[in-house]
Ligand binder design. Structure first.
Ligand code: SF4
Length: 380
């Protein structure tokens, strides 16, 4: 499918070009440990062979950076790195990759005495020196706290939008225009709305589409379709990722799902129907190098099994793979679980309930779910 009539800037990323009439690029992300050169190279090649135009890799440590040097030698995939708090690692990885993704919300956590504007200047210098593009990756679970404080009470989407727009403004002011933006939420309706607002405000900036924590297939694909179909039909979106909770060996399914959605929309086939979030909704992360326990995907599948009986109740359960993003990204769920190395943390309505073994947590989860259902029945 061709990129929209919307005339965005052109952004070069490795061997491909985003925006302004170019084909829409499907991308994916490695779920392997980045420091494991063999498996990460194999995953990058697997994703590229499936049709991923860009393959993202998480980088959190100097060891990950060293691994990336070797991975670069072993794959021709266009590589993007995903940075969290350690934005300074950009200087080590930029010579070996084609794009750097940073999250405006994460720029607050590290070196607090330094302003986010200074940190963006650093990233721009590094990207400029090493022929890299940038992505400003705004995510509903880790929104810039200053924007959250300013707008959050009135309009949950405005902090995300304001954060993206102020980063675009700074990047432009610094003379760096080789960037795209993403605004991801776990609710497809929010993804549609916030991306429409951004596209209206900045029609020149290429957009990366995504539904964060869409979950396991087939539900994760349906939720993603519910967001992508209307946006693509409006001509919004220059690259996209379908984030699915699947085992490492099945990550190529993300690429297949993305290609299928593009083919269907190009042919006028709109299959999403109405995605109802007013019933049991399991959101789960797609896992990445940061996942803290290999049993995470199995945990998500078991959560789906043990909660199936509650399918008709309006309850949201979030299942996350690590303690970096887990606590924040489960804040808005009725029940939230996230993996540590040896246990699973559980919370209800934002309140921590403790850490449990993988088997114990399912028993407690079911007890809490029963209590929520009883409360709902009592308040009818
Ligand atoms: S929640 Fe953690 S493990 Fe899951 S995708 Fe995000 S960073 Fe990776």
């Amino acid at each position: 499918m061709q990129s929209p009539a919307r005339q965005t800037r052109i952004v070069k990323i490795g061997s491909l070009t985003l925006g302004a009439g170019q084909p829409i690029v499907v991308q994916s992300m490695c779920a392997t440990k980045t420091a494991d050169v063999e498996t990460t190279t194999a995953q990058a090649n697997q994703l590229a062979a499936a049709g991923a135009g860009i393959v993202r890799v998480a980088v959190d440590t100097p060891r990950d950076c060293q691994a990336l040097v070797e991975i670069r030698h072993r794959t021709t995939a266009n590589l993007s790195v995903d940075l969290q708090e350690s934005y300074r690692l950009a200087a080590d990885v930029a010579p070996h990759v084609d794009k750097i993704r940073y999250n405006p919300g994460h720029l607050y956590h590290y070196e607090r005495e330094r302003t986010w504007q200074d940190k963006v200047r650093f990233l721009v210098d590094v990207a400029g020196q090493h022929d890299c593009a940038l992505r400003v990756g705004v995510n509903c679970g880790s929104v810039d706290p200053a924007q959250q404080e300013k707008y959050g009470a009135n309009d949950p989407l405005q902090p995300m939008l304001a954060s993206a727009l102020e980063h675009c403004e700074l990047l432009d002011k610094l003379g760096f225009t080789r960037y795209c933006v993403s605004l991801k939420d776990s609710d497809p309706a929010n993804v549609v709305e916030v991306n429409r607002r951004f596209a209206a405000a900045r029609p020149d900036v290429p957009l990366h589409l995504g539904v964060t924590e869409a979950g396991m297939p087939p539900e994760g694909i349906s939720k993603t379709r519910a967001a992508f179909e209307p946006l693509l039909a409006d001509g919004i979106g220059d690259t996209l990722r379908v984030s699915l909770t699947v085992p490492v060996g099945r990550k190529h399914e993300e690429v297949a799902a993305g290609r299928q959605i593009l083919a269907d929309v190009a042919a006028g086939r709109f299959l999403a129907g109405t995605t109802k979030l007013d019933r049991l909704n399991i959101i789960s992360c797609p896992s990445c190098s940061r996942v803290e326990n290999e049993a995470f995907v199995e945990l998500a599948e078991r959560v789906r099994e043990v909660t199936r009986y509650a399918a008709d109740y309006p309850v949201t359960i979030a299942v996350m793979g690590c303690r970096v993003n887990g606590p924040g990204e489960t804040d808005h769920a009725d029940l939230g679980l996230w993996c540590g190395p040896n246990s699973v943390h559980l919370k209800r309505g934002g309140m921590p309930l403790g850490a449990f073994s993988f088997d114990e947590v399912l028993v407690r989860l079911k007890a809490e779910l029963d209590a929520i259902i009883a409360d709902q029945a009592g308040s009818r």
